[in-house]
Design a protein around this ligand. Structure first.
Ligand SMILES: CC(C)(COP(=O)(O)OP(=O)(O)OC[C@H]1O[C@@H](n2cnc3c(N)ncnc32)[C@H](O)[C@@H]1OP(=O)(O)O)[C@@H](O)C(=O)NCCC(=O)NCCS
Length: 153
């Protein structure tokens, strides 16, 4: 039973960062500075259990093409396979719908997870160039094997 998924608050920033950076240290995600998390706080949803943040996910609007990106999706290791990741993505998709966005994409090493939420593989070259600004700063660029997954809203 998933208890509490809610919009993130400023006081969640450090817990969100440690969740993301746990996986970033394993090369599964891009690390985030506290400053980035504070500045993008309104993108984030979190799952809270006993006052602890056990999952997070951001919906970030990209440019002016009715497009948004699912970013920084992470669920605490001991809480995997309980439907928390799916629920976080669902709530971001719902938010995208309310914002009248047309498409949501994710860059991910877990395409199978996104497939289960109705996303389809797309060539990265079909995504707007704007997204490469972040990729250019990544140590893996240009040899990264993340896959692009997209869903129509
Ligand atoms: C990917 C991640 C967020 C999934 O969270 P989760 O809460 O364990 O996922 P859920 O329990 O909601 O899973 C939903 C479905 O996807 C499946 N699934 C979960 N992780 C999967 C993966 N890595 N690959 C394929 N399928 C996956 C589940 O088995 C479940 O399938 P079902 O509906 O048939 O039962 C979590 O494993 C995680 O934090 N991974 C490390 C960070 C990461 O890779 N983030 C993604 C970056 S974009």
């Amino acid at each position: 039973m998933i208890k509490n998924i809610r919009k993130a608050r400023i006081s969640d920033a450090k817990q969100i960062q440690s969740l993301i950076n746990f996986y970033a240290a394993k090369d599964l995600m891009i690390s985030r500075s506290l400053n980035e998390i504070y500045e993008n706080m309104r993108d984030f949803w979190v799952c809270e259990e006993n006052r602890k943040i056990i999952g997070c996910c951001g919906l970030h609007i990209v440019g002016w093409e009715n497009l948004a990106e699912i970013k920084s999706l992470a669920v605490e290791k001991t809480k995997h396979n309980k439907g928390i990741g799916r629920k976080l993505v669902e709530i971001c998709l719902q938010e995208a719908k309310e914002l009248k966005l047309k498409k949501v994409f994710a860059l991910t090493y877990s395409p199978g997870f996104f497939r289960k939420s109705g996303f389809k593989k797309i060539s990265k070259s079909k995504l707007p160039h704007k997204i490469w600004a972040e990729c250019c700063n990544c140590p893996k660029f240009p040899g990264c094997e993340e896959e692009a997954m997209i869903k129509n809203i």
